[in-house]
Design a protein around this ligand. Structure first.
Ligand SMILES: [Mg+2]
Length: 149
């Protein structure tokens, strides 16, 4: 377990990584039990108590999402698809990638809640659109992008 520091002290990069490994390795909630609303409440509490709400606008949250996406990509940079799979199978890689996905989810859930975008509904509608855009009979087993006529 990573030792507690005095409040306000800055963690080193290796200490932060040790915290990620320790915390991300725990079994808590799961996708089958948590609701988006519940997660959004928890994120909101986290933000409110730190008085960070004033920094959260659509532009900066979008930029943060792009930056966190880059952090996710960084784990796979210069790896072949096979090496990327292997990295994800290892405990360290898996926990680090899970932490980056969580960063993205925090930002996305926060964005949705702050600006009144229902994420589950949006996801469902987008899937409907994608089903129409990529009919199974035309795109099964194909990775080419849809091109309008
Ligand atoms: Mg990150």
């Amino acid at each position: 377990m990573v030792k507690n520091k005095k409040p306000g002290k800055i963690w080193s990069r290796s200490q932060l990584f040790a915290i990620i490994v320790e915390v991300m390795g725990r079994k808590n909630r799961s996708d089958t039990t948590a609701t988006i609303a519940e997660l959004q409440r928890e994120i909101s509490d986290f933000v409110e108590v730190r008085k960070w709400r004033k920094f959260h606008n659509p532009k900066d949250l979008s930029e943060a999402i792009a930056i966190e996406s880059g952090e996710l990509l960084e784990h796979f940079l210069w790896k072949s698809p096979r090496q990327a799979h292997r990295y994800l199978k290892g405990k360290k890689g898996r926990l680090a990638v899970a932490a980056e996905l969580a960063d993205l989810l925090i930002l996305i859930f926060n964005f949705g809640q702050l600006f009144g975008i229902d994420l589950a509904g949006s996801l469902q509608k987008k899937l409907e659109i994608l089903k129409k855009r990529y009919p199974v009979e035309k795109f099964k087993g194909r990775s080419d992008k849809y091109r309008p006529l």
